[in-house]
Design a binder for this molecule. Structure first.
Ligand code: COA
Length: 158
């Protein structure tokens, strides 16, 4: 189980990214900033048990980081090698400003570049319209994960 030192401060300045850019990178590059955002959103805000938040799929995944105008990383998400998109998280203060859409667009573009035929995600039910607006469609019924209602959604690429 991760120790309390996992709670990295969110205000980590970025020097390599221009304002409002999205960086798509490996886990070594994203780790500190992605973990801080995910800890704030999933563990602190949504009450997801910390041991469910961290898994062994971060290392083989591509990660997107979106930055506020001042260079602060405010949004993240990941693309797994099997075509799943997950861990989409935008800091509360930055929601509704297009950051989530930028991260999702960057992950979809990466998947297309890699030649993936289909994207899959388990959406929190409240966020389904966010994914539906870019072509994800619900598959099957609602189910629970970490105590939160989810639905599976898929989108064909190419
Ligand atoms: N329901 C309906 N529409 C939504 C929505 C929601 N929950 N969230 C965003 N949208 C719409 C916006 O209105 C906007 O529409 P527009 O293009 O017509 O203006 C579009 O989606 C893009 O919104 P954006 O500002 O990029 O969304 P965001 O940065 O707030 O990110 C989440 C969306 C869901 C990733 C973000 O709210 C979040 O991190 N929530 C907490 C964690 C979470 O629930 N993650 C999802 C796990 S599946």
């Amino acid at each position: 189980m991760p120790a309390s030192s996992d709670k990295t401060p969110v205000q980590t300045p970025s020097t390599e990214a221009p304002a409002s850019a999205v960086l798509v990178c490996d886990w070594d590059t994203a780790r500190e900033r992605a973990r801080a955002i995910r800890y704030s959103v999933f563990v602190e805000e949504q009450g997801v048990p910390v041991e469910l938040e961290w898994d062994d799929m971060d290392a083989p995944s591509w990660h997107a980081l979106a930055f506020a105008q001042d260079g602060t990383p405010v949004a993240t998400g990941r693309l797994l090698p099997d075509g799943h998109i997950g861990r989409m998280a935008v800091l509360r203060v930055a929601r509704g400003t297009g950051m989530g859409a930028s991260v999702l667009d960057a992950l979809m573009a990466k998947a297309a570049e890699l030649g993936y035929g289909e994207l899959i995600l388990n959406a929190q039910a409240h966020a389904a319209p966010f994914y539906a607006r870019v072509g994800f469609e619900q598959v099957g019924g609602e189910f629970e994960e970490a105590g939160i209602p989810h639905i599976e959604m898929r989108k064909r690429l190419g």
